[in-house]
Design a binder for this molecule. Structure first.
Ligand code: ZN
Length: 407
């Protein structure tokens, strides 16, 4: 019941509505006010200086940057109010970040995001990865707090290994050499024909490398990244890239940590799941193929999520394999708030992020160890060490300048 003074509805509209309709409008109004307040309320989990949990703080003046500071009552040290937030160590303010989150949720490319909030592309790239790393933390906390329960569908999907921005070293080397020959100043000593011949040879070499790469990608080979998805029917989803190729039971154990013990799980019959589900005292039903599906035993929910995920990943024009889990975290929230308007989704995400205290620095941008298996890491590290790549390319260019590679 609402009284006339605190009603958000004008009296002339109130008479047109039943009481339950008025109550619903008031409830919605209160929810929105709560949401707006929550996006401004920060929860400091621990003091960044001494680590005491839920610290009491007093005002501590301003930092040189002008940001207000807080003083921890147990250690007496000061820290900026946004320590461990998105805006920490960032020149962009809250409103720019809010716009950026909104654009990211709409699938806007980094280039367009950069133009919209007036920062460089490099900064926008860094912002996107910082945001996704925060969301990764938030998603972990979210699923720890409320694990998937009741009826759950589990299945895996595969993504081609993609090194967006990080090409295969052999391919990059060949492309560098082609570029060098294409810009080679022809003198009387070196004929044009010789250079053209070199370029033709190198182009053949490049085509061979590309053809080899494509050949590798047929079937479930070790070049496919496996993403294990668990989804509660009518509820949240947990998406996690676990490994290359088919998942082992250890991979499933990691991914199934988000499932509450004693749930009922629908699977496609992959043996890797069976032991893990037994450990968690989960009952399960095996739905091997479309023909065996009925009204209850099916994997339609998880399959439709996979196709949504594919469509969604396409909007970002190829997601590099090493960043799959970061994008998976973003997708977790996009799915969670799927019924909300983009603006509301942004507010909800800001609310979630206010409860996260996380530190993201530039050195964490290029992650190597999304897959915890050391063997896989080794395999990946050999492929994706971009610093090595850059160093070797630089070395090669210096050698080329010296003219040692041109005979
Ligand atoms: Zn302290």
């Amino acid at each position: 019941m609402t009284t006339a003074e605190n009603s958000v509805l004008k009296p002339e509209y109130e008479k047109d509505l039943y009481e339950y309709q008025q109550n619903r409008i008031h409830q919605l109004y209160r929810d929105f006010v709560d949401l707006n307040q929550a996006t401004n309320q920060r929860l400091i989990k621990y003091c960044p200086k001494c680590g005491v949990e839920n610290p009491e703080t007093t005002k501590g003046g301003n930092a040189n940057s002008g940001k207000p500071m807080l003083r921890c009552c147990s250690c007496g040290k000061r820290f900026v109010y946004d320590s461990g937030m998105l805006t920490f160590y960032s020149h962009q303010d809250e409103s720019q970040w809010a716009d950026f989150i909104k654009e990211t949720l709409s699938g806007t490319s980094i280039k367009d995001c950069a133009a919209l909030i007036d920062v460089s592309e490099r900064t926008a790239f860094r912002m996107r990865h910082k945001l996704m790393d925060f969301l990764n933390e938030a998603a972990k906390e979210d699923l720890e707090k409320s694990p998937l329960s009741n009826e759950i569908e589990c299945d895996e999907t595969y993504y081609h290994e993609c090194h967006k921005g990080l090409k295969d070293r052999a391919l990059a080397d060949v492309e560098d050499r082609i570029y060098w020959y294409e810009n080679y100043p022809c003198t009387s000593e070196v004929s044009v024909e010789a250079v053209v011949k070199q370029i033709d040879e190198l182009q053949e070499e490049r085509d061979a490398i590309i053809a080899k790469q494509h050949e590798k990608k047929r079937g479930i080979s070790s070049d496919l990244a496996c993403v294990v998805t668990s989804i509660e029917r009518q509820g949240d989803a947990a998406v996690m890239a676990t490994n290359m190729a088919k998942p082992t039971s250890d991979d499933i154990r990691k991914a199934a940590a988000v499932i509450e013990d004693g749930s009922f799980v629908f699977i496609d019959g992959a043996t890797a799941y069976l032991s893990v589900l037994a450990e968690k005292n989960c009952n399960f039903s095996i739905c091997p193929s479309d023909e065996t599906y009925d009204a209850v035993n099916h994997l339609n929910t998880v399959n439709s999520l996979h196709s949504k995920m594919n469509e969604w990943m396409r909007r970002y024009r190829g997601v590099s394999t090493i960043y799959l889990n970061r994008y998976a975290a973003l997708f977790h929230f996009v799915h969670k708030y799927r019924d909300c308007d983009k603006q509301e989704m942004t507010l909800l995400i800001l609310k979630v992020l206010n409860r996260v205290q996380h530190y993201f620095f530039d050195r964490m941008m290029y992650i190597k160890e999304i897959f915890a298996d050391p063997q896989v890491m080794e395999h990946r590290a050999s492929k994706v060490s971009i610093w090595d790549q850059r160093r070797s390319r630089k070395q090669m260019r210096t050698e080329m300048k010296r003219g040692s590679s041109f005979a």
